[in-house]
Design a protein around this ligand. Structure first.
Ligand SMILES: *Cc1c(COP(=O)(O)O)cnc(C)c1O
Length: 400
C-alpha cells in the first residue's frame, strides 16, 4: 500500500474519518479490520479474489475508445472504463465480492447491507447467494417505491428487504438502520457497507476492493496509447467508483482527477448533493467528513435525478483530497446529466447509469477546452437499465 500523505493514520485521513460509533460496534469494526489486515495482502487471498473478479464479475472490464463522442466534443481523445459491463451492472460488485470473502474468513452466517437505489443491495444479495449466506437489506420506503425492480431482484436472489420508515426514508436512514441491526447481531453478522464512507476500516477496505478499476485502466491505456492519461473523470456519491479509478494515479500529480457530484436542480436552489460546493465539515454515520447540514448540524435533504448520488455525506478520504487539492470536485445538474445520458446512448450505443452520466456531462461541458492532444478516461460506473423508468419521466420527447 502506498504510504504518502493520502494514507491513513490511526483510522484518520488528516482530520477526516475516524470511528464515531457506539462502543458495542468497536468489537465488530476491530474484527473486520483484523481479518482484512491478516488476509488481504496474502497471495492466497489475492488469488481467490482474482478468480472471482475474472470468472464471476467478468473482469477486466473493457477500456473503450469512444470515437463518435470524441468527434462530437472536438477536444481530447475520450476513453470509457466500462464498469457497466461488470456482473449486476455496476462497480458495486467489486467490493461485495471482496467483502463476502472476508465474511467467510470470519465465519459469519448472516450478511446485512444498506441500499439507496438498490444497486448495492443487489450486489450484496448476489454475493450472499454465491456464498450461501442469509442476507438482509435495509432500504428506505421512499427508495423502495422508486426502485421497485431492484427490490424484486433482491428478493429473487433470496434476500430479505426491510423497509425503513424513519427520517426521509432514503439511503441515510437505511444506513442508520443497518448499523443498528449490527449492534444487536455482531456475533453472527457482517455488515457489507457499499461505499468508501462510514467508520474505519470501511473507507480503506472498500477502496482496496475498488482499486482494480484504476489498476486495469492504467495497464489498458498504456497498451492503447503508449502513455498515461491526462485527465480522469468519475462521478462521486459516497466516492467508491471515483477513488477506485483515481487511486493508482495519485502519485502522478500531473494527471488531473475530476470528481463530479450531483448538482440536482442547481446549487442556488439548495436541491442538490454537491457536498464540496456548499458543505461543511461534520460527523455523520461514523466518520468526520464534508457533509450537507444546516446551521444546527441537522443533515439536509438532498436531491438528485440519480438515487446513487443522492446522499449528504462523502467518503472521508475525498475530504482530504479536496483540502489538499489532489482531486478537483465539480458538479453536473440534473438537466446536464439527462442530456449526457441521451447523448452517450445515441452516439455510442451505451446507456450509462444516471450517476455515470454526471461524469459524461462534465466532459461534454468542458472537454473542448482541454485540447485535442489530451487523453481522458471517464469511468462509466454502471449501466442505465435501472434508470429507464426515471428517464421516461424526464425525456417525454422520446415517448412518440
Ligand atoms: C452507487 C453508485 C454510484 C455512487 O457510489 P460511489 O460510491 O460514489 O461510486 C455511482 N454509480 C453507480 C452506477 C452506482 O450504482
Amino acid at each position: 500500500m502506498n504510504n504518502s500523505k493520502h494514507e491513513l493514520e490511526n483510522g484518520h485521513f488528516g482530520q477526516f474519518g475516524g470511528q464515531f460509533v457506539p462502543e458495542t460496534l468497536m468489537v465488530a469494526l476491530n474484527e473486520v479490520e483484523d481479518v482484512f489486515n491478516r488476509y488481504f495482502h496474502t497471495p492466497e487471498f489475492q488469488k481467490e479474489l482474482n478468480k472471482y473478479y475474472i470468472d464471476y464479475v467478468g473482469r477486466p472490464t473493457a477500456l473503450y475508445f469512444a470515437e463518435r463522442l470524441t468527434e462530437h466534443i472536438n477536444g481530447p481523445k475520450i476513453y470509457l472504463k466500462r464498469e457497466d459491463l461488470a456482473h449486476t451492472g455496476a462497480h458495486k460488485i467489486n467490493n461485495t465480492v471482496g467483502q463476502i470473502l472476508l465474511a467467510k474468513k470470519m465465519g459469519k452466517k448472516r450478511i446485512i447491507a444498506e441500499t439507496g437505489a438498490g444497486q448495492h443491495g443487489v450486489a450484496t444479495a448476489t454475493v450472499a447467494a454465491l456464498a450461501g449466506l442469509e442476507c438482509v437489506v435495509y432500504m428506505g420506503e421512499e427508495d423502495m417505491s422508486r426502485q421497485a425492480i431492484n427490490v424484486f431482484r433482491m428478493r429473487l436472489l433470496g434476500a430479505k428487504v426491510i423497509p425503513v420508515t424513519s427520517g426521509s426514508k432514503t439511503l441515510k436512514d437505511a444506513m442508520s438502520e443497518a448499523l443498528r441491526d449490527w449492534v444487536t447481531n455482531v456475533r453472527n453478522t457482517h455488515y457489507i457497507l457499499g461505499t468508501v464512507g462510514g467508520p474505519h476500516p470501511y473507507p480503506v477496505l472498500v477502496r482496496e476492493f475498488q482499486r482494480v478499476i484504476g489498476r486495469e485502466a492504467k495497464k489498458q491505456i498504456i497498451e492503447k496509447e503508449g502513455k498515461l492519461p491526462d485527465i480522469l473523470v468519475a462521478c462521486v456519491g459516497g466516492g467508491s467508483n471515483s477513488i477506485g479509478l483515481f487511486y493508482d494515479f495519485m502519485d502522478n500529480k500531473e494527471i488531473r482527477k475530476i470528481g463530479v457530484e450531483a448538482g440536482g436542480l442547481g446549487i442556488e436552489t439548495g436541491k442538490h448533493a454537491a457536498r464540496f460546493a456548499t458543505g461543511k465539515i461534520g460527523v455523520f454515520q461514523g466518520a468526520k467528513s464534508y457533509l450537507l447540514q444546516d446551521d444546527a448540524g441537522q443533515i439536509n435533504l438532498t436531491h438528485s435525478v440519480s438515487a446513487g448520488l443522492d446522499y449528504a455525506g462523502v467518503g472521508p478520504q475525498h475530504s482530504l483530497f479536496y483540502d489538499n487539492k489532489d482531486v478537483e470536485y465539480t458538479y453536473a445538474t440534473d438537466d446536464e446529466t439527462l442530456h449526457a445520458f441521451k447523448l452517450l446512448s445515441q452516439l455510442e450505443g451505451i446507456i450509462p447509469a444516471l450517476e455515470s452520466a454526471h461524469a459524461v456531462a462534465e466532459v461534454i461541458k468542458n472537454g473542448a477546452s482541454w485540447g485535442k492532444d489530451k487523453v481522458v478516461i471517464i469511468n462509466i460506473s454502471g449501466r442505465g437499465d435501472k434508470d429507464i423508468d426515471q428517464a421516461r419521466k424526464f425525456l417525454p420527447e422520446l415517448e412518440g
